[in-house]
Design a protein around this ligand. Sequence first.
Ligand code: URA
Length: 219
Amino acid sequence: MSPSGSGPEDRYTAAPFVPAGAGLDGLRRAAADCRGCPLHRDATRTVFGAGSADARVMLVGEQPGDQEDREGRPFVGPAGRLLDRALAEAGLDPADAYVTNAVKHFKFTRAEPRKRRIHKAPSLRETTACWPWLAAELALVRPELIVVLGATAGKALLGSSFRVGEVRGTVLEREIHGRSEPLVPTVHPSSVLRARDEDREAAYQGLVADLRIAAHILG
Ligand code: URA
């Protein structure tokens, strides 16, 4: 970022790539060619959301991980498996959810060339650049409830002051496309995987408890 905050990053946006009037399949095809920020350069592919346009609940994560980048679907790696287990335990069928990410490309570093790719959190600019895709998904799916998985999704949906620890497990509202949308924030499933061995079960049960709030709202 330039000191004045007016560097080329300020012009990052997916907006020109989002086709007007497209359905989910049309959006997915267009997103494959998104060049709205530099993350497309190193990622293998765009990982667009998955699920039905009729889904009652939308789950929003951060960005695809290594496995998602290879397979082209969100939450198919270790975090996704843990999320599916937690959803089922909370009484939500993962197959009924529309699952997506705030950022549609995998951002990573490598300690050394040809070594393992290490996840790197997207910047607020990259997240903001990618917002038009998430906004378009929300406009088409119009979910009854949005489950916000972690800080990046929270900042994308609720603003940069979002702090997951302060609001997790509560029901928030945000106006999106002229409708007041209920959102339930919780931790990102990766944070459960990263917890120390002795803390992991409590972290997992915390995620399940937050997801039960979402299940309760959906009735
Ligand atoms: N983490 C995410 O936030 N999204 C994915 O799709 C996978 C891991």
